[in-house]
Design a protein around this ligand. Structure first.
Ligand code: NDP
Length: 323
């Protein structure tokens, strides 16, 4: 047997139950891994509440981890027992041991510890595709980053600055503003009520070519109002709730805007894309351009407390759950 956090129904943090589950066996093209650390992400909340539909119940939630390969199934090449690995984007993470499709694993460089690995794969690969592919940020760009002191947010601030961009970070408190600034945000705005007017002031009226908005419902309108003509609205999360249906004419009226709702799953669906995105992230972390900040750790069995902290906006940076 192994231990896991499972949900048997959707609901609040109390629906997560720490229980024995049978130790899985790796089938063809699969690997069995022992987690040394598990990543906490907002998507875990969406699966717990039911905003994102569970493929089956009971469900082991969690999408990210780092650990050691214990065994591989038939047909697996390039991986062996003892390898240090990490992954993001595969349900089943909140467990001491798990089976996973081997082609979703990447080898963790020796210089990157397990906790950092578990903290960075999902949030860091997200920052990579957002800044390098969804909109290829150029030196001299001024960009808006919401939840700038959060997990994805702190990585976006550092990486965008490294790329030569000027970041306007949106946060909810003075403490978070200071943290975002210490991590590369040139400007911070507290709350979104005055976002567009602040962006107008900071950019001398030009507004910005791209907004990275992970907050969703509450900030969608303020984000559109912050864009320059032909700007790109990247709505990549729903921390405040999903964005209601959009009247397309709004995009015309606000300056022929572009709108995308991207996911890491699409951007890393091909093995070659996963390897490229992960390699770019490892290089950014390895060079020191991006420092992964594990600002909270919890025991995996206390995942409920971790969810409560994340949902009540008490966390900053990344959070790791320890089996
Ligand atoms: P964060 O650490 O950023 O935590 C969420 C933050 O959102 C909070 O700290 C808070 O910052 C802000 N927030 C604003 N409104 C609310 C609200 N009503 N309730 C809770 N938080 C709120 O989480 P993650 O780094 O794990 O994820 C950030 C976002 O990115 C999430 O929306 C997630 O779904 C999304 N995401 C999307 C991916 C994709 O590929 N599409 C991949 C990875 C993450 P503050 O207090 O400063 O407002």
């Amino acid at each position: 047997m192994t231990k896991a956090i499972r949900i048997h129904t959707n609901g609040g943090p109390e629906v997560m139950v720490w229980e024995d589950v049978p130790t899985p066996e790796p089938g063809p093209l699969e690997a069995l891994i022992r987690h040394e650390a598990v990543g906490l992400n907002f998507i875990d909340v969406y699966f717990r509440t039911g905003l994102y539909k569970a493929p089956n119940l009971p469900l082991i939630i969690g999408q990210e981890g780092a650990g050691t390969v214990l065994a591989v199934g038939s047909g697996v090449v390039g991986l062996a027992a003892g390898d240090r690995v990490a992954y993001a984007g595969a349900l089943g993470g909140y467990a001491t041991e798990r089976v996973i499709a081997a082609d979703r694993l990447v080898k963790l460089p020796d210089s990157i510890g397990f906790q950092t690995g578990a903290a960075m794969m999902l949030q860091g690969m997200t920052a990579q595709y957002l800044l390098r592919r969804t909109h290829a940020v150029q030196p001299g760009d001024t960009i808006v980053v919401h939840a700038a002191a959060g997990g994805v947010g702190l990585i976006l601030c550092q990486w965008a600055k490294h790329l030569g961009a000027t970041v306007i970070g949106v946060v909810s408190s003075a403490e978070k503003a200071a943290l975002a600034q210490a991590n590369g945000a040139a400007h911070t705005v507290i709350g979104h009520a005055a976002l567009a007017s602040e962006v107008k002031r900071i950019t001398g009226g030009a507004m910005v070519p791209v907004v990275y908005d992970s907050v969703g419902k509450d900030t969608f309108a303020a984000s559109l109002d912050s864009l320059a003509p032909l700007g790109l609205m990247v709505s990549y999360g729903n921390a405040s709730g999903p964005v209601p249906p959009v009247e397309l004419g709004l995009l015309a009226a606000k300056g022929s805007l572009f709108l995308t709702r991207p996911t890491l799953a699409t951007y890393t669906a091909k093995r070659s894309d996963l390897e490229r995105v992960a390699a770019d992230l490892f290089a950014a972390v390895g060079s020191g351009a991006v420092k992964i900040q594990v600002n909270q750790t919890f025991s995996l069995k206390d995942a409920g407390a971790a969810h409560t902290a994340l949902e009540s906006r008490k966390t900053t940076g990344s959070t790791v759950l320890l089996p």
